[in-house]
Design a protein around this ligand. Sequence first.
Ligand code: ARG
Length: 649
Amino acid sequence: MLCSSSSLALLLPPASSPSLLSFRRLSRLRSSPLSAAGLSRVTSRTLAFSARTESISTMANDEENVGNVKKLLARVFELSLQATVPDETDVEPIVTASTVGRFGDYQCNNAMGLFSKLKGKGGGQFRGPPAVGQAIMKNLPQTEMIESCSVAGPGFVNVVLSNKWMAKSILKMLLDGIDTWAPKLSIKRAVVDFSSPNIAKEMHVGHLRSTIIGDTIARMLEFSHVDVLRRNHVGDWGTQFGMLIEHLFEKFPNIEAVNETAIGDLQAFYKASKQRFDDDSEFKERAQKAVVRLQGGEKRYRDAWAQICAISRREFDSVYKRLKVELEEKGESFYNPFIPSVIEGLTNQGLVEESEGARVIFLEGFNIPLIVVKSDGGYNYASTDLTALWYRLNEEKAEWIIYVTDVGQQQHFEMVFKAAKIAGWLPTEANKFPRTSHVGFGLVLGEDGKRFRTRSTEVVRLVDLLDEAKSRSKAVLEEREKDKDWTEEEIDQTAEAVGYGAVKYADLKNNRLTNYTFNFDQMLSDKGNTAVYLLYAHARICSIIRKSGKDVEELKQTGVLSLEHQDERVLGLHLLRFSEIVEEACTNLLPNILCEYLYNLSENFSKFYSNCQVIGSAEETSRLLLCEATAMVMRKCFFLLGITPVYKI
Ligand code: ARG
């Protein structure tokens, strides 16, 4: 595949880029465009790779890849591979970031695989993988990105980026904005199904995890130019409504007069109706009939249902508002009218069978079938999820549908996805779109190592939890006597940013599949890998810039950035990895990758700041620009993690 000539500007010095075609010919003719002096030969060494996880394929266009060093290098190696093995048309360049400094900044790892491929075809001109590596290196087109290259071990091509190019790229980002470093994914629209609590039941810490993780995934996708439908798939349909409605009628014979305050605590109301349901068989029967009447659309039942939903909704919204999370509700009930035709379609395809009075789909590899119509004729969680998936694919034209729930629901989703594949709604190949993903997460534990609960063993109310995080942060600010020179509003906003940020970050920094222990002292500590530490680090950078008395906007226009000192270079290289890290976190649906990046960024900055004098040094302008770039990248990370940055401490 060829790229447009304008996109080459990034790869090539202007003088050598008249057109790609002539450039390719040129690169084949030249023996080695890279200076021989820059090529050290390393022979037998084992290399450590950052072989983490696969990325989804993105558009191979260099203009699109601004800021994504890995992708830009992949383009350069693609050209070299085309020149090295012109007959092999399907060789994808494998470029990874090096985790060990002495092996350069990035590596191309194609040689070994390519050698065995050629050998399998009966030889080829190379003596072994190292020779393939040498040829790949030799055929690299001239590019201002690369300072030097070397071949190590079985043909790994190590790349050292040019300081000048790195500095130039960072300055360009400072001028054009960090959004130019956004990854470009190959999909246009995604659904992120997250939070999704159940009406009249408590919104527990599991829903808090889903809300926090789901919001970050949505933010990362949105930043990557994907149109995201943020779906709150609330549990607003089902048999529990029968008893809730009957209990409501019993308590308030004059339903019109009922309002939120009359019902009071919806959870207590739920408990009371459940008690009636369990204790009184006559009530139970009425409740079961109420479900049918509700589902039949009888007005009185519909109105009562809507009222109960509205009360829950207000409660949920208060949590979303505090967390600054946007969601659009399309609850289970929304899909109800579509269920019969979806099931009919599946039945016509021969997928649905009768089993013990129910209608089910048998799926290979599962010892239970997926029940799509219960034996009483009612629909269930699976009927709704199959239909919602159908709707998202066909009506909403989503290419990637992501479900964020606890790992306990994994099997349910695996079964739904498998059924959709058999029905031909989804491709069977794992890497093709449209695609579905279940983003599972572990439990939230209390300090006793058991499921997180309050002292009274009741479920923790989310609002209380957020209140406590905020008031604890506020207490720290007051202890530090910030109230002497900050306004009441500033204290309040900072306490909120730090408190809520701490709760979010403590959740996001762990691999989501592991359980995590909820501990206020730990998450609110200003040491270690916490939001507090990171927010303070950002504020400190802002204060360095303020103290310099310089106008950074002006410096961006007129100043020059250079990365001469070792610690400047390490920091600069880390900044340049932002785009590929966001892409990795996003495509693998792992926010902890971004957290780890942010923490390391802050560590690299500390090292730079302790070894390189900023204010009053000869390099002041360049170093202030590096400070500003670090602050910009940190702020974007905070934004993607749903954390509000603070500017002073
Ligand atoms: N309401 C469910 C629960 O609280 C989560 C729903 C997740 N989304 C879905 N499409 N099933 O466990």
